[in-house]
Write a protein of this length. Structure first.
Length: 702
């Protein structure tokens, strides 16, 4: 096997006393993301977790890494090739970042493959879920699969030769392929051909004849490999090897005020298929001559090659989640209905409930269908509702949210939908929704030029006896019923009229012409989220210096923005205790003497994807809470429309405070970040399991 690895020395953190004012006070964004995916991999290695959940985390790791190369690594390569390479915030050049990323990603990919080969696959087999090879099959099953291949697979396959008359074929991104070597027995000439493993047939072919209750599978590429002779009659099949490419899939929609954005996006989506290759995955025993041919024809270097032991494309392990083995999965749960949304045994009137005070829902523990979905469905059916305005970033394929909006429009209500058609990897689905909503009579707009509309907001305008009244929902997650059962998110319902006025102004800015940048109870990016948060952080530093109660708690997916991090460092030096709960990327170095001694950073990963964004400030004894859609990243603060909403209701504040207290408790199972950028596991209590139990029993979180 050709050696495709290159050792790169690990970066060492600078001495603490040299950090202040140095770029090295920041951790590298890309490496921090890889550390996050390593924590995902660690979940697959946890023997205390149900076996099919470990398998799921292997698939999630693979999908995550695919997207990282498609977007982040592709972006760095593009910068380097166009001569626009910039130093990262921590002082690394583009070429240096790529070198370190490739080394780290290669190590992780091999650890991932070994985890499946050496730990999870044998454990699955012991539990009666076997992934077999052709040689493992009894003759009777081989005979059956010969026929299954002939009827179900062979007609779909297209062998593509490579010779002077047949140029090297286009290899689609993330497809699994066989590189086949054949020889003409008459001339002795060897040829290369490519066979694509079809992606419209399940990756794992069911094998019959095992013990009762067992589930046995053969990888589709092995079934094809056994039958390659049928694709090349009259030739000798000498060898075949699996390979897979990852292409640059980031979109660059050139927005022109004179061109329809929908058409521009559709044009760019067609180009995405042909983005340059940024990674080539191969089986670890690939013939060196075949590897050389692939490297040459795909226009990559050995630095772009990742040799993987065992099966490629382990993202397909998601297919095994359909296996009916509940004892190997997490216990099922039914989200609870928020107690304020129940009237006896009947659903409460949403509008009447909100007139009594704000309501905070915490998904997936609180049901999405009996809160957010019901809010919109009730608004659509209510004859007193005059208008519904909503943002849509992502939603499900059979969305009841879209159905409610269509019902409202058909009932004669004014329906405005701000749909983000450039939501990454959901572009095609959002284009379909946009057209369906338009056909139903909804006013569909695509937000502001140059900015993604990422905020999660809904506004209902209702005619009541005292005049028009506005009802609001602002959330941290998408209006997506399926992910609302998988992602941890928060949603605030309110009939507060100042907040309603804010949302009215926001929607007017999104749908019309407006230079409004200031709101009553909202911080709105790109104008005021960063500056507003920095003002809050500086205020905490002033409280600490004056001896008043001070403290900051931040829960976010990512903490990257250098200005906010520097403000947190200044607050730490003023003595403000700062707790950061981050799921993914963190560029902040906690615990550095003289810089960040009072800052602690932890990461919580588990059954649900921690997705909510919440910030609390002690504020001299009068705590303030903000929640919303914005992560502390450049893209969120500068290139998106994001919202953070000030929480005013005392009961909602109390619930948020209790939630944050629980997340930062010492017994919670988590990863702690040290000053050198290393993560360490600690704690024993699974806080997500605890929250599930509390929701079932309607117990307060504290």
């Amino acid at each position: 096997m050709t050696d495709v690895t290159a050792a790169v020395p690990a970066l060492k953190a600078p001495a603490a006393e040299t950090m202040a004012g140095s770029p090295r006070r920041f951790l590298n964004r890309e490496l921090s993301w890889l550390e996050f995916n390593q924590r995902v991999l660690a979940l697959s290695q946890d023997p205390s977790s149900p076996l099919l959940e470990r398998t799921k985390f292997l698939a999630i790791f693979a999908t995550n890494l695919d997207e990282f190369f498609m977007v982040r690594v592709a972006g760095l390569i593009r910068r380097l090739e166009t001569g626009l390479g910039l130093r990262s915030a921590d002082g690394l050049g583009t070429r240096q970042q790529l070198e370190i990323i490739r080394h780290k990603a290669r190590d992780l990919a091999q650890e991932h493959a070994r985890t499946f080969l050496d730990e999870v696959r044998p454990a699955l087999a012991e539990a009666g879920i076997e992934i077999l090879t052709w040689a493992d099959l009894p003759a009777v099953e081989q005979l059956r699969l010969h026929g299954w291949f002939r009827d179900r697979v062979f007609p779909v396959l297209t062998p593509l030769a490579v010779d002077p008359a047949h140029p090297f074929p286009y290899i689609s991104g993330l497809s699994l392929n066989l590189a086949v070597l054949v020889r003409d027995p008459q001339t002795g000439v060897e040829r290369f051909a490519r066979v694509k493993v079809p992606d419209n047939v399940g990756r794992f072919v069911e094998v019959r004849g095992g013990p009762t209750g067992s589930a046995r599978y053969l990888p589709l590429e092995q079934l094809i490999g056994v039958h390659l002779q049928q694709l090349f009659p009259g030739l000798e099949v000498l060898a075949h090897h699996e390979f897979r490419v990852t292409r640059n899939a980031d979109l660059e929609v050139e927005e022109d005020r004179d061109e329809d954005l929908l058409q521009a996006l559709e044009r760019e989506l067609s180009r995405r298929r042909f983005g340059p290759v940024v990674r080539l995955e191969v089986g670890e025993h690939m013939d060196p001559h075949v590897l050389d041919l692939l490297v040459r024809e795909l226009d990559v270097t050995l630095d772009d090659v990742v040799a993987v032991p065992g099966l490629l494309a382990l993202s397909s392990l998601h297919e095994l989640s359909a296996v009916d083995r509940p004892e190997l999965k997490d216990d099922p749960f039914v989200p609870a209905t928020h107690p304020r949304l129940v009237d006896g045994e009947q659903p409460a009137d949403m509008f009447a409930a909100l007139r009594e005070g704000d309501i905070l829902v915490h998904h997936p523990y609180d049901s999405f269908s009996t809160s957010v979905q019901r809010f919109l469905e009730q608004a659509a059916a209510d004859p007193l509702v005059l208008a519904i305005k909503q943002t849509l970033y992502r939603t499900s394929g059979d969305s009841p949210i879209v159905d409610a909006l269509i019902d409202a429009a058909e009932a004669g209500k004014q329906v405005v939908v701000v749909i983000e058609i450039t939501a990454r990897f959901d572009e095609q689905a959002n284009i379909r929704w946009a057209r369906k909503l338009e056909r139903a009579g909804c006013h569909v707009v695509y937000g502001l030029l140059g900015l993604k509309t990422h905020c999660k907001a809904a506004l209902v305008v209702r005619q009541e006896s005292g005049g028009l009244r506005r009802y609001c929902h602002l959330g941290t997650g998408n209006y997506h019923p399926r992910t609302a059962r998988l992602y941890e998110d928060l949603g605030l319902f309110s009939a507060d009229q100042e907040l309603g006025a804010d949302l009215t102004d926001l929607f007017n800015a999104l749908t019309g012409y407006s230079n409004q940048t200031e709101y009553r109870d909202l911080l709105v990016a790109p104008h005021s989220v960063r500056s507003g948060l920095i003002d809050q952080i500086r205020r905490e530093a002033e409280h600490a210096r004056a001896g008043r109660p001070a403290g900051i708690r931040i829960k976010a997916n990512s903490v990257v923005d250098e200005e906010i991090i520097d403000a947190l460092y200044d607050a730490s030096q003023a003595g403000v205790p700062i707790e950061v709960v981050v799921r993914g990327i963190c560029a902040l170095r906690p615990g550095a003497p003289g810089l960040s001694e009072t800052i602690r950073v932890r990461s919580i990963l588990g059954r649900f994807l921690e997705h909510s964004r919440v910030m609390s400030f002690e504020n001299g004894g009068e705590p303030e809470f903000w929640l919303g859609s914005a992560d502390l990243m450049h893209r969120n603060l500068d290139r998106r429309v994001e919202t953070l909403v000030r929480v005013k209701d005392a009961a909602v504040k109390e619930r948020l405070s209790a939630m944050l207290d629980r997340l930062i408790a010492d017994d919670v199972r988590r990863w702690d970040l040290d000053v050198d950028g290393n993560w360490h596991q600690a704690g024993t209590v699974d806080v997500q399991t605890q929250l599930l139990l509390n929701a079932r029993e309607q117990v307060p979180v504290a």
